[in-house]
Design a protein around this ligand. Structure first.
Ligand code: HEM
Length: 201
């Protein structure tokens, strides 16, 4: 995708970087705005937890979509933003956990462990986050250099993490399941593409 802007390529690249850096902060700013204007709905705690979880999964899926977008659509520039999108997935995942601890269980460790033992979807969500944390920490260029081949192996853990997140989401199906269906289909395409390439080789 080429944007014909009246700027030099260097300035265009910088503008794109700022746009893609600031845009993902919009859901958080929007949530703060809704909170300030007392517009978080009838169950604000659940709303905040769900919103943060939704944006965590959105950024995780976007991160997974970058390689196919580069290879299939020729969006070479998107690769530069893979790390940023992954870090936003982690950022919203951590906010999701913090919102859960603050608004749903009031930072009570006994309640946290009860939730962990009584609700399997919490266990898989926690496992997914535990996988994303070391990936975020080691996402820098210097860690990439230091870890060498092990970096790639570690960062392939995004696949089990995304499956755990999907399970976390599916486990919450009550009546309607169309959202889970859409996210599930997207994940099937994103992971299916990798499997296809692997078998091609
Ligand atoms: C320790 C880690 C986690 C905990 C304790 C946790 C907890 C929760 C809770 C309590 C809900 C709300 C259930 C309800 O509405 O009744 C939820 C929903 C959700 N979580 Fe998590 N979660 C964790 C990790 C994650 C991660 C890592 C992701 C994604 C990267 C994620 C994505 C979601 C999504 C997409 C929803 C559904 C939101 C919706 O219904 O709109 N969660 N989680």
């Amino acid at each position: 995708m080429v944007l014909n802007l009246p700027f030099s390529p260097a300035i265009q690249a910088r503008l794109r970087w700022w746009l893609l850096f600031l845009l993902p902060l919009w859901p958080l700013a929007n949530l703060v705005g809704l909170g300030v204007s007392n517009d978080l709905g009838t169950d604000p705690a659940k709303f905040v937890v769900d919103e943060m979880g939704t944006w965590a999964i959105n950024f995780l899926w976007i991160t997974l979509a970058i390689t196919p977008a580069r290879q299939v659509l020729g969006w070479g520039w998107a690769l530069k933003f893979r790390r940023m999108m992954g870090l936003y997935a982690l950022f919203y995942g951590v906010l999701h956990l913090l919102a859960f601890c603050t608004f749903l269980i009031g930072w009570r460790s006994d309640l946290f462990f009860r939730e962990l033992t009584e609700r399997p979807y919490i266990i898989v969500g926690a496992l997914a986050l535990l996988i994303l944390i070391p990936m975020g920490i080691t996402s820098t260029k210097s860690m990439m250099r230091r870890l060498g081949k092990r970096w790639k192996t570690l960062h392939r853990w995004i696949y089990p993490a995304s499956l755990l997140v999907m399970l976390h989401f599916i486990w919450q199906i009550r009546a309607s399941f169309y959202e889970q269906l859409i996210y599930g289909l997207l994940l099937a395409v994103l992971l299916g593409y990798r499997l296809y390439l692997r078998y091609q080789r």
